[in-house]
Design a protein around this ligand. Structure first.
Ligand code: GLC
Ligand code: CA
Length: 570
């Protein structure tokens, strides 16, 4: 396939829905499929073409649905298969598509395969999971290897019934499937086919980087004091993973005109990303990396005295690397955050300047090449929740970490809560703000989780009434991406970074049949810059009313963002 070959998923705008927090239609405090149907017109008006809906399959909800106990059923708290079919139908009426999470790495421990698997070593399902004996020679550990799990503790969980350990790179309630086993692979192909038959237009492939495992289990050689080594390379991007995904593509993905986006963040390099999603040979259309999620000190903050600060030079380096090295080789998804990250304004923006900083961040990202994925509430400027006590949190990963950390002599509970409050995944999972009523228009009963602290002011109802709202700014960006005059440049154009060493201003050109210049002041201060060799033909969008057109002496105000159509200044 050629890079320029037109595909719906290259030219569409996506929106991610964390279903549990989006809209409750039947007043049980939990968002559901019918709630999404109620809001399709809202999303359509924003300019959204497809929805990625987080898992709604039958689940004990240890990880809010990423722990699936039946892949072929809708969890009763979210609705029914009939509701899902209806959602697809209603979306189609509005020319919108639905993509769903495909959870390949693990099941719930309540899945029938695992219930069988743990019964005895001869069980036909034994090999559906990864079972190992404990280590013989004790080196302070009993587990088969010294690898840490993403959610805290060891990747191994002891099961006394058969005196063996099973592998679980997330929670002990989420045992990892054994992808070496061809029956497992075949079953998972069936799962994907089942949802395709119900009308989904693609998949977000959860934890795609981890399917392959080392045949021979060896300890990590990381040399630190951690009991279990956080050595993700031991089970990430291994060659078997690529083989399994290629097979999946051959058997399932390649048979439809669908969108596939793999989650390989955290560990995959550009080279590996091209291997996953290369235009010529990749098994996925694109992959999410997380590199831009770590260009601030959110994950290093220790106490209230540490101010959150963007490392713009680092962010620019990351963006430049991905957009130049993958150009014409692999497609890119564009996203600021998902359900596993803190809110955008609370890390790269300014909670007190939702319009200016939010619109600046939108300009910085969504004029690049790739497929945008907006996260619910981003268009309203939703922010982190002020977590005060451990009971305020819900995330299984955080609670696991807490239980491990609190055993350490150096543990300080107050610091822990402060640090996690800033970086917790729970921030993204607060309730969507629809209006200023008691439960934010989400439900008529108390929702399962917290409301946004600003929901009374910042909500959909108010945003729709205010023509200068962040919502309408997002809408305008999406209209520009689809405007025939600019779309070729904005969707397929080359990315060229300018002012590489400027610590405050992010600036890039997009070049194809036209040249478009994007300028974004990341900070709450004035700054003057000079852009050589170009002059302004037109202004496509700007977040201040009186725009500056003189590129030779461009005086930028706090969080000013502006997109120009330019031409060479000979
Ligand atoms: C992915 C999901 C995350 C989940 C994990 C386990 O990283 O995005 O929410 O906890 O996989 O499925
Ligand atoms: Ca409900």
């Amino acid at each position: 396939m050629s890079f320029y070959k037109s595909k719906w998923w290259k030219e569409s705008i996506g929106y991610q829905i964390y279903i549990k927090s989006f809209k409750d239609s039947n007043d049980d405090g939990i968002g559901d499929l019918n709630g999404i149907i109620e809001k399709l017109d809202y999303l359509k008006d924003l300019g959204i073409d497809f929805l990625w809906i987080c898992p709604f399959y039958q689940s004990p909800m240890v990880d809010n649905g990423y722990d699936v106990s039946d892949f072929f059923k809708v969890d009763s708290s979210f609705g029914t298969i009939k509701d899902f079919k209806n959602l697809v139908k209603e979306a189609k009426k509005r020319k919108m598509k639905i993509i769903v999470d495909l959870i390949l790495n693990q099941t719930s421990d309540e899945h029938i395969w695992f219930i069988e698997s743990r019964k005895d070593k001869e069980n036909p399902y034994r090999n559906f999971y990864i079972w190992e004996k404990g280590r013989e020679k004790d080196e302070g550990l009993t587990e088969p290897t010294n690898w840490a799990s993403f959610f805290g503790g060891s990747v191994w969980e002891y099961d006394s019934k058969t005196d063996e350990y099973y592998m679980k790179i997330f929670s002990k309630h989420m045992p990892d499937l054994n992808w070496c086993n061809p029956f497992v692979r075949k079953k998972m192909h069936e799962v994907a086919k089942f949802w395709l038959d119900l009308g989904v237009s693609g998949f977000r492939v959860d934890a795609a980087a981890h399917l392959g495992r080392k045949k021979k289990l060896v300890d990590s050689k990381l040399n630190n004091n951690d009991k279990y080594k956080k050595d993700w390379r031991m089970f990430s991007n291994l060659k078997e993973t690529f083989i399994y995904l290629d097979e999946f593509n051959k058997e399932v993905f390649s048979k439809g005109d669908i969108l596939t986006v793999g989650e390989v963040g955290g560990s995959a390099t550009v080279k590996e990303a091209i291997k996953y999603s290369g235009i010529k040979k990749g098994s996925l259309n694109m992959v999410f990396n997380f590199d831009h999620c770590f260009c601030n000190n959110v994950y290093d903050v220790k106490s209230k005295d540490d101010k959150i600060k963007t490392n713009l030079i680092g962010l620019k380096r990351v963006f430049n690397m991905w957009h130049t090295k993958t150009y014409k080789k692999a497609w890119q998804p564009l996203y600021w955050l998902n359900h596993d990250h803190p809110r955008l304004l609370s890390q790269y923006g300014n909670e007190d300047e939702p319009f200016l900083s939010g619109s600046m961040l939108a300009v910085a990202l969504y004029f690049k090449g790739g497929t945008p994925f907006i996260y619910q509430g981003e268009e309203l400027g939703m922010v982190n929740y002020p977590f005060k006590k451990i009971e305020d949190f819900n995330d299984v990963s955080l609670i696991n970490h807490y239980n491990h950390e609190k055993e350490k002599a150096s543990f300080n509970k107050e610091d822990f809560i402060y640090q996690e409050g800033i970086r917790s995944r729970d921030n993204a999972r607060t309730i969507m703000s629809w209006d200023n009523s008691k439960y934010a228009g989400f439900s008529n009963v108390k929702p399962w989780f917290h409301l946004d602290k600003n929901y009374e002011k910042r909500n959909v109802k108010n945003a729709l009434k205010d023509k200068d709202s962040l919502y309408y700014f997002y809408q305008k960006i999406f209209k520009l991406r689809k405007d025939k005059r600019y779309s070729k440049t904005l969707i397929y154009g080359k990315y060229q970074q300018l002012l590489k060493d400027d610590e405050d201003i992010y600036c890039y050109l997009r070049k194809e049949d036209k040249e478009i210049l994007v300028v974004a002041n990341f900070f709450n201060k004035n700054k003057e810059i000079e852009i050589k060799g170009y002059k302004v033909k037109d202004i496509l969008i700007s977040n201040y009313k009186k725009e500056n057109k003189n590129l030779k002496s461009l005086k930028l105000r706090p969080y000013e963002a502006i997109v120009y159509l330019v031409e060479r200044d000979k």
